[in-house]
Design a protein around this ligand. Structure first.
Ligand SMILES: *Cc1c(COP(=O)(O)O)cnc(C)c1O
Length: 469
């Protein structure tokens, strides 16, 4: 008989106590943190949904593998194990370990980029874009227009738009395109999947124009699950086979191991070209470490090698994607405006719809983030005008396209009752929505302001004042 309840496919062997706090305590903590959850102490958080990056719980097998880590400077056994695993997964003969994803990106885009070069992607993740633009090159996101519609169901909402891709290549000239980068799943577009069909067509376009194809596969296992569920012809293949098929379409693989390798730190770069590997290895040795450890210890490499296997486990992946969807569906049932369909690693909420009375320049997303912390001790991140707002020459704020809040789910960390608790806190959020006010920025740094900005509550105007404001 098919059971309704999907249980966590693991038992808990080690526990980390959660410090329970009161609403009064949290209100003070929030004030001390300048109403910015990045500035909270993690001990003051009950459920931490800030990110899925580096927040996984490792398995007993990963921990025991760490005990046999070989810390030799060169040619370590642990490196050989990691190399064999990555090379088998990707089908790529060259592998470089790095301390995290962005180090692999800096090395790769450092050799591919430069002034006059253009990168095209379904969506460049922020560190990808930053590393490309730092070299003087340009980065363009090419999603289909309909993928930006938050309510529209599309099975592969993370795909690149093939017409836009062809047009961009024609416009910039194939010789100026440094690479096409497929981000899988598409993190900045809500963790939405990319289909094999899309990847195959991108490969054909790249072949026709002799363009390098990079796969940013931080969440390649989660993407494989979606392909298995939603794409014709894949329901008989296992998740790892699907990932291997997709990876064989790429020339280069970059990965932050902090996502689907189920570890807390690490990154990978894998390649097919020996000439390109030689250039990358030179940069690796200058800044990360010798070619057989990059920025990693032997025990880190052991844990990644085991994690890269475990992540494709059928029960794990089903639980993983189902539990994210579970949160999203329950919020939707309550009337919380979620971005649809639910992606692999996070649920996105349209804060502007919850707080229509808070103008974008007073940050409705930040208001929701603060409310979730105050009422439930839940920490999450604003993805709206705090993160993406800019100023024009006159100092007027240009607000973001959407005012979203992201609830990212760490891997294997929270159980269903934690998630049920999060859903319940939203009762409070919705019933108090009209009393919530926005925020003003009190301090902001010149770059990436969301990490360190400080806020203060915006003054609440009574109706007679509003006419003059
Ligand atoms: C996290 C991430 C990166 C960067 O990796 P770090 O390990 O955080 O440096 C790059 N691309 C994507 C899609 C990511 O999600």
């Amino acid at each position: 008989m098919k059971r309704k309840t999907l249980i966590e496919p693991f038992r808990i062997k080690v526990v980390e106590p959660i410090h329970m706090t009161t609403e009064v305590y949290r209100e003070e903590a929030l004030q001390r943190a300048g109403y910015n959850p990045f500035l909270l102490h993690s001990d003051d958080v009950i459920i931490d949904l800030l990110t899925d990056s580096g927040t996984s719980a490792m398995s007993d097998r990963q921990w025991s593998a760490m005990m046999v880590g070989d810390e030799s400077y060169a040619g370590a056994r642990s490196w050989e194990k990691l190399f064999a695993e990555v090379s088998d997964l990707t089908g790529m003969p060259y592998v470089l370990p790095t301390h995290q994803g962005r180090a692999a990106e800096r090395i790769l885009y450092g050799i591919l980029g430069g002034k006059g070069k253009v990168f095209l992607s379904n969506t460049h993740f922020d560190t990808t874009r930053a590393n490309i633009e730092f070299t003087g090159a340009e980065a363009y996101d090419l999603m289909p227009d309909e993928s930006y519609d938050a309510a529209l169901y599309l099975p592969f909402k993370g795909n690149i738009d093939l017409e836009k891709l062809r047009a961009s290549i024609a416009m910039h000239g194939a010789e100026n395109i440094a690479a096409v980068i497929m981000t899988v799943t598409n993190n900045s577009a809500g963790g939405q999947p990319v289909s094999m069909q899309n990847m195959r067509e991108v490969r054909e376009i790249c072949d026709k124009h002799h363009i390098l194809l990079v796969l940013d596969g931080c969440r390649i296992a989660e993407n494989s699950f979606f392909i298995h569920e939603r794409e014709a012809g894949y329901d008989k293949k296992n998740y790892r086979e699907i990932a291997r098929e997709m990876l064989r379409l790429a020339d280069v693989f970059v990965m932050s191991a902090k996502k689907d390798a189920l570890v807390n730190m690490g990154g990978l770069l894998a390649l097919r070209s020996s000439a390109m590997t030689e250039k990358c290895t030179n940069l690796l040795i200058i800044s990360e470490g010798f070619a057989t450890y990059g920025g990693l210890t032997g025990r880190d490499m052991e844990a990644i090698a085991v994690g890269l296997r475990e992540v494709f486990d059928e029960s794990y992946l089903r639980y993983r994607i189902r539990s994210t969807t579970y949160l999203g569906e329950h919020l939707k049932e309550k009337g919380v405006p979620v971005v649809w369909p639910i992606g692999g690693h996070a649920v996105y909420i349209d804060a502007q719809k919850i707080y229509p009375h808070i103008p974008a320049h007073e940050f409705p997303g930040q208001a929701l983030v603060c409310e979730l912390y105050k009422r439930g001790g839940i920490r999450c991140v604003e993805i709206g005008s705090v993160m993406f707002g800019k100023y024009d020459d006159q100092g007027n704020m240009l607000t973001a396209r959407n005012e979203l809040v992201r609830l990212a789910i760490p891997r294997r960390v929270y159980t269903q009752s934690h998630i049920d608790y999060v859903v319940e806190v939203f009762d409070d959020i919705l019933s108090n929505a009209s009393t919530v006010s926005g925020f003003k920025i009190e301090y902001e740094p010149p770059f990436l302001r969301h990490f360190t900005a400080r806020f203060k509550p915006a003054p609440v105007l009574v109706d007679s004042e509003k006419q003059h404001a």
